[in-house]
Design a protein around this ligand. Structure first.
Ligand code: ADP
Length: 494
């Protein structure tokens, strides 16, 4: 028997089959369209999301020579915050999915900040921002003809992408989400674990639109037989970063992971109480299993692996992301070059949208290898800063950083990260931690895996990077980095 994990991401839908040992036995992926109706607007077609997800789910079984009766359970993990509103009777979306990246409600968010910043933060753990679902729902209700009226009459349903997939998979029988996805809507009270009536009022969203909120590991429903030949149980759901934290088995307080993709996403398990950040990091629900809710602090780096894409596509000094490693190793150090990749502003702990990219310390001896090395080092410098902010907020002691994502293939980057942090960086064998986390939630709920001990043993190290530099050199790097960041801040006119 196997667990079928549905990993519904921002650019593609994937389906991955895991066996009892937590090993991958099949993987299928399908991209879908990105829709940009205006600058800073990003949409997806909900039907296309569904069709691409259903297609890979059936195809992965066929390719592995398996069929529906070989599937013990389905787990779902998804791009978070993306908002879909549909008609409960017809099942038809009233508007495209508004994607998490979409900025159309920024001005409205800014107008809320003065009065409601602390109010919303204390309830939801979030900073008021257009990312989260609340203002996207409000936009749909205000801008789609008759939508507010239909919503007030109880005719519309809202869901994040997990909820939409469950609705479609169950043939419209189940309207539900899990706590981790609910905690990204800016409507969910992370203290009481309920939709917050005051927030619903503030955003004029009727409660009957909202899905039932369940834990991350329990039975949500059964698939309709038009999709799989027999009804399959859906028993695990979590947002992508939370699923990855679980897939990395960061299940104890003080355990932490960083995903190195286009951006970097760091999450620290802070245990059973929601600690609010003093550095504008997000507090979020990691998961709920049984009656236990686990919280996490989250921080992100906007430009992570993307800086390497820029070296490739903008500067043409590397021909592939992979080549950046050889290039960086052509020189013995960064030659005094520091690269602040504030290409779209800087996030935690600076939060300066007017910062812009800067390459400093250039001399006549500087080569493209130094610049490449400085770009890779910048990914580590930024991640180090997010981590320091987290530890300041949570005052936990941390012993290692677990890593995943495309750029972790770069051993130079991983080593430099360990050097800066001054504790080990650990790369596991299975890097598909997001899909694996969703599979674990699903498998635990149906007894496919008996308990946490069984799955904890499946997490295996590929390579550990131990810090190798002394404190003086570390301080020298950090001092120069800080100096470089100062020059990049507040650059753009405003
Ligand atoms: P995402 O899920 O955000 O699309 P991935 O996890 O697939 O990201 O990682 C892709 C990112 O990682 C790209 O930005 C790419 O530049 C970077 N990347 C991939 N391989 C390497 C490498 N060997 N060294 C440095 N960066 C890399």
């Amino acid at each position: 028997m196997y667990i079928l994990s549905l990993d519904q991401g921002t650019t593609s839908s994937r389906a991955i089959l895991f066996d009892k040992q937590g090993e991958i036995v099949g993987i299928e992926q399908k991209e879908f369209s990105q829709i940009y109706p205006q600058s800073a607007w990003v949409e997806h077609d909900p039907e296309e999301i569904w069709h691409s997800q259903a297609a890979v789910a059936t195809q992965v079984l066929i390719n592995a020579g398996l069929n529906s009766k070989d599937v013990a359970a389905i787990g779902i993990t998804n791009q978070r915050e993306t908002t879909i509103v549909w008609n409960k009777k017809t099942g038809k979306p009233v508007y495209n999915a508004i994607v998490w990246q979409d900025r159309r409600t920024s001005a409205f968010c800014d107008s809320l900040k003065v009065e409601y910043n602390d109010f919303i933060r204390e309830k939801t753990g979030l900073i008021i921002d257009a990312y989260f679902s609340a203002t996207k729902i409000k936009w749909i209700l205000e801008n789609v003809e008759n939508a507010q009226e239909q919503a007030d009459n109880g005719e519309l349903a809202f869901g994040t992408v997990d909820t939409w997939l469950v609705w479609k998979l169950t043939g419209g029988k189940v309207h539900a989400t899990d706590v981790s996805n609910a905690s990204r809507t800016m409507l969910f009270n992370i203290n009481t674990l309920e939709w917050d009536k005051e927030l619903l009022q503030l955003f004029k969203i009727p409660e009957n639109m909202l899905p039932e909120v369940k834990s991350s590991s329990e039975i949500f429903g059964y698939t309709d037989t038009s999709i799989f030949t027999i009804p399959l149980v859906i028993s695990g759901i979590a947002g992508d970063q939370q699923a990855s934290l679980f897939g990395q088995m960061c299940v104890e307080e003080g355990m932490l992971k960083n995903t190195y993709g286009t951006g970097c996403f760091m999450m620290l398990n802070i245990g059973k109480k929601p600690v609010l950040s003093k550095n504008n990091l997000l507090t979020t629900i990691a998961w709920k299993i049984g009656n236990e809710t686990n919280y996490a602090l989250e921080g992100s780096v906007f430009i992570g692996g993307a800086v390497i894409q820029w070296l490739r596509d903008g500067l043409h000094i590397v021909s592939s992301a992979k080549e950046s490693e050889q290039m960086a190793l052509q020189v013995t150090d960064n030659g005094g070059v520091y690269f602040v990749p504030a290409l779209t502003g800087l996030g935690a702990p600076y939060w300066d949208q007017y910062a812009r990219g800067a390459i400093l310390g250039i001399t006549r001896a500087t080569t493209s290898a130094h610049i490449t090395r400085a770009a890779l080092e910048a990914i580590a410098f930024q991640s180090n800063e997010v981590l320091r902010s987290m530890l300041f907020d949570a005052s936990l002691s941390v012993t290692e950083l677990r890593v995943d994502g495309g750029a972790t293939a770069n051993d130079f980057l991983m080593q430099f990260q360990a050097d800066l942090l001054n504790f080990p960086v650990v790369r596991p064998k299975i890097l598909e931690t997001t899909a694996l986390g969703a599979a674990y939630f699903a498998g635990l709920a149906v007894g496919f895996w008996k308990n946490m001990e069984e799955i904890k043993n499946q997490w295996i190290t590929d390579k550990t990077f131990f810090p190798l530099i002394d404190n003086d050199l570390r301080m020298k790097y950090l001092t120069h980095w800080n100096k470089a960041v100062k020059r990049a801040l507040d650059w753009e006119e405003h």
